[in-house]
Design a protein around this ligand. Structure first.
Ligand code: FBP
Length: 544
C-alpha cells in the first residue's frame, strides 16, 4: 500500500528539531534579571499578597556556568486545545533532562481534574517523541475545571506534595492563568517549594498583554487552518458564481480569528463583534450592513460572495446580549441539571414564561436552530453555550429575509469552522514559540520564581530578535464583574478599533466588498522558503 501522508507527516515533523532562542541554548548560563515593577490593583494586592510584588523578569546569558539540579515538574493542559501545546511539554522535557538526566516531567491527565485527583504520570522519552511538533492535546487531554474553593486548593497542594514537585506549568487561557495566579499564591503562602508558571494558550487570540505578551500560542495555526478552508471557498466563488457563503469562525468572545482570516483571504464581508458593540449597532443595522454589500454586488452582476462571522458576535449585539443574559438567569432559576434533561419544547416553554415581553418577542423571531442553541443549557462556567448558537444561520436567515423584501433572491450556504482548526499541525511559528516557552518555563522553576507567566517577546521581528521574558501574573489582573460578583481576573484582549490591525482592515474592506480580491493561502507550511514557513499572524505583527 502507498504511504499514508498522515503517517509521513507525523514522522517527518516528529524528527524536525526545533529552533532554540540563543539565550535558551545553554541553560546553565542563564540569569534572570528583575525589571519594571508592575502596578497591581487593590484587590490583587489584597488577594495575592505573596506574588503581588513580582517584577518583570528578562533572560540573559551570564557567561558563567552554574550547576543545575534535577527537577520534578508537573504540567497540565487547561481549556480548549490549541496547536503547539505538545511542544511546550516537549520543550520543558528537553530542558529539564539537559539540566540533569534524573529530572522528571509529570503530566496530569484531563487538565485541572488530573491535579485535583492526583492523576499524573511520569512522561517517558517515547511519550515526548510521539508528540513533538504534533497538534492537539491528546498526550494528556484537557478540561475546563476551575479551582474555585479553598478545598480545591488544598487538593492541588496535596497532589503537588505527593509528586514532590518543584514546579507546575498550567497551559491555558485567561481563566486558567487566573487559576494559576491563585494557586501560585496559595502554594507560596503554604511554604511549598513548588512554583506555578502560566503558559499563554488560546486559539481565540484574546490573551495578550502588550507590549509584554504579543499573542497566545495556537491562534496563528487556527487562523491559518480556517484561512485555508475560507480560501478554498474564495476560489470556488468566481468559479461557480452562484452562492453566498456565511461562515462562522470560532472565537468565543474576541473577533481576532475573523480579523486574521479576513487579512489572509480578503472576503466580501467580515463582521467584527467589537465594532458592532462600540458603535452600538442593533441586529437590524448589522443585517442591513451585510444586505447592502450583497445588493451592490448583485447589481454589478455578482450573485456570489462570502461573509465571515465571529462565533461570539451574538454577545456583541446589545439586544441579543441582553436576551442571552435573561435566558441565563431563567436557566439558573429552573436549575441547569433539570433543564438539560427536558425535551426542547418544554425547555422553550419554561424559559419563555421567565422572559420579559421584549425578550420573548425577540426570541420568537429568531430561527429555530438559533433558539435551540440558546436553550442548550449552561457550560461549566454557568454561561449559555455561545458555540452552540448558530449565528451563521441567524445572520443568513435575516439577511435572506431582508433581501427578499428588496426583491433579491439568493442561494446561500452556512459553514461553521470551529473544532476543525484547533488541532492542526502547528505552524513553524507556533511550534517554535511553544518549544521555547517550555524551555524558558524550566528556568523559572529552576530559580523558584512563583506567579509568573512565561512569554517570548519581539516575536513580530526576526527569530534572532525574540526575547524570553516572564510577566508577573498579579500585574496582569483586574477586577471585573462576573455573575454579579467583583472578581479578580485576567482581562480578555479584544479587538480595539484604534489598533493598527483594525485600522488596516477598515482601510481595505470596502474594496474587498465589491471587487473580487480573494486570496487563497493554502495549507499550513512547515517546509519550504522562509517567507512561507516562518510567517506570523498579520494582526499580531501590525499591533506589535
Ligand atoms: P480556550 O479559551 O480555552 O482556549 O478555548 C477557546 C475555544 O476554542 C473557543 O474558541 C470556543 O468557543 C470554545 O473553546 C469551545 O469550547 P469547548 O471545547 O468547551 O466546546
Amino acid at each position: 500500500m502507498a504511504a499514508k501522508i498522515g503517517q509521513l507527516m507525523d514522522e517527518k515533523l516528529g524528527k524536525q528539531k526545533n529552533d532554540v532562542l540563543p539565550v535558551l541554548k545553554d541553560l546553565s548560563k542563564i540569569i534572570l534579571t528583575e525589571g519594571k515593577k508592575f502596578n497591581v490593583c487593590e484587590k490583587a494586592a489584597k488577594d495575592l499578597p505573596e506574588i503581588a510584588g513580582n517584577a518583570l523578569l528578562s533572560f540573559s546569558s551570564s557567561g558563567n556556568t552554574s550547576k543545575l539540579r534535577p527537577l520534578k515538574v508537573g504540567v497540565l493542559f487547561s481549556g480548549g486545545p490549541a496547536s503547539g501545546g505538545h511542544n511546550v511539554v516537549v520543550g520543558l522535557y528537553d530542558a529539564v533532562k539537559e539540566m540533569d538526566p534524573k529530572s522528571e516531567v509529570i503530566g496530569f491527565m484531563n487538565g485541572p481534574d488530573g491535579l485535583l485527583k492526583a492523576d499524573g504520570k511520569i512522561l517517558s522519552k517515547e511519550d515526548i517523541d510521539s508528540v513533538r511538533n504534533q497538534g492537539g492535546f491528546y498526550l494528556l487531554g484537557t478540561s475546563r475545571t476551575k479551582f474555585e474553593k479553598e478545598s480545591d486548593m488544598a487538593k492541588c497542594s496535596e497532589t503537588i506534595k505527593k509528586f514532590d514537585l518543584d514546579g507546575l506549568l498550567i497551559i491555558g487561557g485567561d481563566d486558567s492563568n487566573t487559576n494559576a495566579a491563585h494557586l501560585a499564591n496559595h502554594l507560596k503562602k503554604d511554604g511549598s517549594k513548588a512554583v506555578v508558571v502560566g503558559i499563554p494558550k488560546t486559539i481565540d487570540g484574546d490573551l495578550a498583554y502588550l507590549p509584554y505578551l504579543q499573542t497566545s500560542f495556537g491562534f496563528y495555526t487556527a487562523a491559518m487552518t480556517y484561512s485555508e478552508m475560507v480560501g478554498n471557498i474564495c476560489r470556488d466563488l468566481p468559479s461557480s458564481r452562484k452562492i453566498w457563503h456565511f461562515v462562522k469562525l470560532m472565537g468565543r468572545s474576541a473577533s481576532w480569528i475573523t480579523l486574521e482570516t479576513a487579512f489572509q483571504t480578503q472576503p466580501n464581508v467580515a463582521l467584527i463583534g467589537e465594532e458592532i458593540k462600540e458603535k452600538k449597532m442593533t441586529l437590524s443595522q448589522v443585517i442591513d450592513m451585510v444586505a447592502d454589500v450583497i445588493e451592490k454586488r448583485y447589481k454589478a452582476g455578482k450573485k456570489y460572495g462570502i461573509v465571515l462571522i465571529p462565533e461570539g458576535i451574538v454577545e456583541f449585539i446589545p439586544e441579543i446580549k441582553s436576551l442571552i443574559s435573561s435566558i441565563n438567569k431563567a436557566i439558573v432559576n429552573i436549575g441547569n441539571d433539570h433543564f438539560i434533561k427536558m425535551h426542547i419544547n418544554d425547555r422553550k416553554e419554561k424559559v419563555l414564561v421567565e422572559l420579559i415581553q421584549e425578550h420573548e418577542r425577540l426570541f420568537i423571531e429568531l430561527p429555530h436552530t438559533v433558539q435551540n442553541g440558546l436553550l442548550s443549557g449552561l457550560d461549566p462556567h454557568g454561561n449559555v453555550q455561545v458555540s452552540q448558537i448558530a449565528s451563521d444561520v441567524l445572520i443568513m436567515d435575516l439577511v435572506w429575509d431582508r433581501l427578499s423584501q428588496r426583491g433579491i433572491k439568493l442561494t446561500t450556504q452556512t459553514h461553521f469552522y470551529g473544532y476543525d482548526g484547533r488541532c492542526g499541525y502547528p505552524t513553524w511559528f507556533d511550534a517554535t514559540y511553544t518549544y521555547n516557552l517550555g524551555r524558558a518555563a524550566s528556568i523559572l522553576v529552576a530559580n523558584s520564581k512563583a506567579g509568573y507567566m512565561v512569554t517570548v517577546n519581539n516575536i513580530n521581528g526576526s527569530f534572532d530578535k525574540w526575547q524570553a521574558q516572564a510577566i508577573p501574573l498579579a500585574g496582569m489582573m483586574a477586577v471585573e464583574e462576573r455573575k454579579g460578583k467583583d472578581c479578580l481576573v485576567i482581562s480578555k484582549y479584544l479587538v480595539n478599533l484604534n489598533s493598527k490591525a483594525f485600522k488596516e482592515f477598515e482601510k481595505n474592506r470596502d474594496k474587498w466588498a465589491i471587487e473580487d480580491s480573494y486570496l487563497c493561502p493554502g495549507p499550513v507550511q512547515f517546509f519550504g522558503p522562509d517567507e512561507l514557513v516562518k510567517s506570523r499572524s498579520i494582526t499580531m505583527t501590525l499591533n506589535a
